[in-house]
Design a protein around this ligand. Sequence first.
Ligand code: URA
Length: 210
Amino acid sequence: MKSQCLEIVRQKCESCKGCALAKTRNNVVFSDGNPSTAKIVLIGEAPGEMEDEMGMPFVGRAGQLLDEFLAEAGISRQNDLYIINTVKCRPPENRVPTDEEKSSCRKFLDAQIDIIKPDAIVLCGATALKSFVELDKKQTISKVRGKWMSVTVDGVEYKAMTIFHPSYLLRNHSMEEGSPRRLMQQDLAEIKNSVLADKVISETKELVFA
Ligand code: URA
């Protein structure tokens, strides 16, 4: 049922000419993951070059790094997550999407969340965060990441957490205590423990009774 509803939204999205990005895109990048099993919607910024070529979110360098962090945390990209972007078409030169592009695409983002009705939303980086929360000047990603908060989509409240965008981690290699990469590990562990608790229990049983 979710898949059928999403298919209708996908078709509308793929023929969208709501903003200028429609002229330069190769592919609309709609989603990845299994809508029937995903308990978490992970929202990025916008497709990059590889994503635009392949029509899939997070398949370039940043996506590969995200995959490594997810695998280490025991979060399955294919089963636990439904991965989408704030904006579905690539902005030229990978610039940050404009307010006009974001608002033109917003109906697709909201529809995807509304259909999935996830147990939690993970906001990956500043663009995703700012689509849901107005930040005052003192609130940087470093300050808000890792904390559960509540966001509302079409009148429904969801628990949400902001994490660093993997592109930021590509530029920050340190694994020292308190470094962005270590904080990413902590945040994903918290997401796994509090949203995918059943999975944690069954994996523990496997370990104990194997
Ligand atoms: N960055 C994003 O935010 N989304 C992608 O799909 C790829 C890179």
